[in-house]
Design a protein. Structure first.
Length: 153
């Protein structure tokens, strides 16, 4: 798995598309899928944060997704859809790792575009694979998806 910076170095244009979709509303907006204790999926809206070329999420201490990530760090992150038919989609998956370093935590809070709070737990999203989906022939019978995929070595 790789950091956002390593992914962006390997696939600059794909990372650029992903950044634009994750932050299309200025604040980062995405859906975070985690794995519940019983193995089932859990889905939550989150505000991703790019800080020092690394991708993070901040999660309140009482959130079930916090417990999911501490127990089983597997995640999937899907950018919010654009408010138009045939919007591009951006998806990443990998492993989330809790961030304990107070300097890094302070930088994440500084770079957050939402109303982040010191009490939130920071997780860095390490990346295993990425997919960008673009739609062709939108709102026609020929509508189809075109996928661009990348996987960490």
């Amino acid at each position: 798995m790789v950091t956002w910076k390593e992914f962006a170095t390997a696939q600059y244009d794909l990372a650029d598309v992903g950044r634009a979709l994750l932050f299309q509303f200025k604040v980062g907006l995405a859906f975070l899928a985690t794995v519940r204790k019983d193995g089932g999926p859990r889905l939550h809206p989150v505000c991703p944060v790019l800080s020092n070329d690394r991708l993070f999420v901040l999660i309140v201490s009482t959130s079930p997704k916090r417990h999911d990530l501490l127990r089983d760090g597997r995640y999937a992150l899907q950018a919010f859809p654009q408010p138009k038919p045939g919007s591009d989609e951006f998806y990443i998956a990998g492993k989330a790792v809790a961030v304990d370093d107070p300097v890094v935590r302070a930088e994440i809070l500084r770079d957050a575009k939402h109303m982040a709070d010191e009490s939130e737990i920071a997780f860095e999203l390490w990346i295993d694979h990425v997919m960008h989906t673009r739609w062709e022939n939108v709102l026609t019978p020929q509508m189809c998806s075109v996928h661009r995929k990348w996987r960490a070595a």
